[in-house]
Write a protein that binds this ligand. Structure first.
Ligand SMILES: [Zn+2]
Length: 286
């Protein structure tokens, strides 16, 4: 394993997490799993999938769990929809619930989040033996999903944020993640430190200083240039504002769009992109 979450190996033994990868140039569905510790979760989990695809996904999930020596844990995945919905699980549901974060203090549940550019965040409260898995794209980040997840852990499990360990997994980096200026404007309206998360902060409302020089008549200026957003930085800032110790926050520096040799990127690979799965769970009696 190229050590994306290596610092977490020093965390309590029941804190297990791994990003996954696939073989470049292969179909995401049929990509064989070659390495024991680098595991592929095939994408295409939608309703339109063929039966075969679904079977492959199931098979890959089984292999993924066995690579983690977590076969006895019941995988709890979500129907993610870029929301701020946090679900509490005390048992594995028969059908996946809709939401973008899950929390539990029940042993033998394996909370899973799927991403392919968005930020996966795993949280562990070693004192209260509770865990969380969070999916944060720009919409979830704007809606403070990770802060809301911590709030829910406080409510349900009496978690003290200072005890929490957090892993921010591979995601699209500030090097590659272009967003429209309207996204920058939305972040600026919500977060005082938003300017630190963009390569330059422009909201599209700035007057064009060269307007009088260009050939466009007034009201017909070219659309404003995009800006780049660092989602991991934004989520780390939310973890800090929720009260985490900065030394307890581990951030992968892998960019999904730069490293399609290793990771899936929706921006780079489009709808054919697979999904990676990040999981966390509590082993009974450990
Ligand atoms: Zn990049």
């Amino acid at each position: 394993m190229p050590g994306h979450f290596a610092p977490l190996q020093r965390a309590p033994a029941f804190f297990k997490s791994r990003p996954s990868a696939h073989s470049p140039g292969r179909s995401t569905v049929s990509a064989p799993l070659k390495e024991a510790s680098v595991v592929s979760i095939a994408g295409k989990c939608s309703i339109s999938d063929s039966r075969n695809t679904r079977e492959n996904v199931q098979q890959n999930r089984k292999l993924f769990q066995s690579a983690l020596a977590a076969n006895e844990l019941a995988l709890v995945s979500l129907k993610q929809f870029h929301s701020d919905v946090v679900s509490v699980f005390s048992s594995a549901p028969h059908e996946p619930c809709s939401g973008d974060a899950s929390i539990t203090n029940t042993p033998n549940l394996l909370l899973g989040i799927q991403t392919a550019d968005c930020v996966p965040i795993l949280l562990l409260d070693p004192k209260k033996r509770a865990v969380a898995a969070v999916h944060a794209g720009w919409r979830g980040t704007l809606q403070r999903i990770v802060e809301k997840t911590i709030g829910r852990m406080k409510m349900e499990f009496k978690t003290n944020p200072i005890d929490l360990l957090a892993a921010i997994g591979p995601a699209i980096g500030g090097c590659c993640y272009e967003v429209g200026t309207e996204v920058a404007a939305a972040f600026l309206s919500q977060f005082a430190n938003a300017p630190e998360w963009f390569d330059e902060l422009r909201t599209g409302d700035e007057p064009n200083p060269l307007q009088w020089l260009n050939q466009f008549p007034p009201g017909h200026q070219p659309p404003p240039k995009n800006v780049r957003l660092d989602l991991r930085k934004a989520n780390r800032a939310q973890l800090l504002s929720a009260g985490l110790n900065p030394r307890h926050i581990f951030v992968s520096d892998l960019c999904t769009a730069c490293r399609t040799d290793l990771l899936f990127s929706y921006r780079k690979q489009g709808s054919e992109s697979g999904r990676m799965m990040s999981v966390i769970g509590i082993r009974a009696g450990k």
